[in-house]
Design a protein around this ligand. Structure first.
Ligand code: F0G
Length: 358
């Protein structure tokens, strides 16, 4: 009974809420065949699912439409989260839509400008914590329990319920044909957990016959999951000083680590690191060669695909879907630093012609 255009609420029958949703029409994000990049690296069937095309510019909206709806259903009157930026932007927006107060805790100096702008504009109480994301999450968890505030980080199961629809939409888009591999950036490890959960449910329902190889990419300076996968351990070793240009995934103690390790292992997937240089090169490549604008963390998925293809881990005839999790405009400062400045020119045709070499 799954008809109609792709969207989070198309799969309502598989989402655990009963109330009318708090929604801004999330999901239904485009899948783009990245032909030029694919040809260059030797994967014909490479795709990007651009989650930056959600209402607030990241995949977090899928989790928040379900999570904030659930908050109201449970009679909660205020909501909070810790965030590297996107979760806070999304919670601010869905809290505004629901008409309830929002508190967000951000790691000072390490949140991209567009995300802070969203949290502030939509009326959240924005606290800048002198510490990193892991510190902020520890604090908000304790304070939500003490003060009866509803926590909307990815420890909240309803957030993951919403995000599992990324997996639904991917197989739905390909006519219920399962791609070989889904690649995504991993930070707090909620998204890879959520997508795998969704696909396992589809398999149980008999809608698909297997789950793609779930492949997680982390930045080299912030890679507890990758290290655990490579060393074969059951749990991660916390990194106390995570660092990367991809501030969205600058996380040393992912709360969903154990579930994510399980998701990667049971689907025959893998995890790999990429350097900041590789992330920024992939971001630029997507932008210039395919016309797809993503933020640095999102480009980690494509950087990972390129690396894993070079290593021979990804076969040339695989159908691969990279999830690009957030929009280019989230982090304008990194872009401005990376690109050449605009060429300043006098307001005459002669001056313009000269610059253009005509
Ligand atoms: N990509 C982007 C753009 C993100 O914002 C995040 C997480 C991830 C990937 C990783 O997803 O945590 O489920 O493994 N951002 C969170 C936030 C931590 O606060 O916005 P994950």
């Amino acid at each position: 009974d799954l008809k109609g255009p792709l969207s989070v609420w198309k799969y309502r029958a598989l989402l655990p809420v009963s109330r009318e949703p708090i929604s801004l029409k999330e999901g239904g994000t485009p899948v783009y065949h990245i032909r030029r990049i694919g040809e260059e690296i030797g994967i014909k069937d490479a795709h990007v699912k651009h989650e930056g095309m959600n209402p607030t510019g990241s995949f977090k909206d899928r989790g928040m439409t379900v999570g904030v709806t659930k908050a109201l259903e449970l009679g909660m009157t205020s909501v909070a989260c810790a965030s590297t930026g996107n979760t806070s932007a999304s919670l601010a927006v869905y809290g505004a839509r629901a008409g309830i107060p929002v508190i967000v805790l951000l790691p000072q100096g390490k949140v991209a400008l567009g995300k802070i702008a969203q949290a502030l504009m939509h009326g959240a109480k924005v606290l800048s914590i002198r510490g990193n994301f892991d510190d902020a999450l520890r604090l908000v968890r304790e304070m939500c329990i003490e003060n009866g505030v509803y926590l909307l980080n990815s420890i909240n199961p309803y957030r993951l319920e919403g995000q599992k629809t990324i997996g639904f939409e991917i197989v739905d888009y390909f006519g219920w044909e399962v791609p070989d591999r889904i690649i995504l950036p991993v930070g707090n490890a909620g998204n890879i957990t959520a997508i795998t959960k969704g696909l396992n449910e589809m398999k149980k329902l008999g809608l698909i016959d297997r789950v793609p190889m779930m492949t997680g990419i982390q930045a080299e300076g912030s890679a507890p999951i990758v290290k655990a996968i490579k060393s074969g351990s059951e749990n991660i070793t916390v990194e106390s000083k995570p660092e990367t240009v991809a501030t969205a995934i600058r996380i040393g103690d992912p709360v969903n680590a154990v579930k994510a390790l399980n998701a990667i292992r049971t689907t025959g997937g893998t995890a790999e690191t990429v350097t900041d240089e590789e992330i920024l090169a992939a971001q630029r490549m997507l932008a210039v060669k395919e016309g797809i604008g993503v933020e640095p963390a999102s480009a980690a998925s494509v950087a990972g695909m390129i690396k894993l293809r070079k290593m021979g881990v990804i076969e040339k005839d695989e159908r691969v879907v990279c999830v690009t999790t957030g929009h280019l405009l989230k982090d304008p400062e990194t872009v401005i630093k990376m690109c050449e400045s605009p060429i300043e020119v006098d307001a005459t045709k002669e001056a313009i012609r000269k610059v253009l070499g005509q």
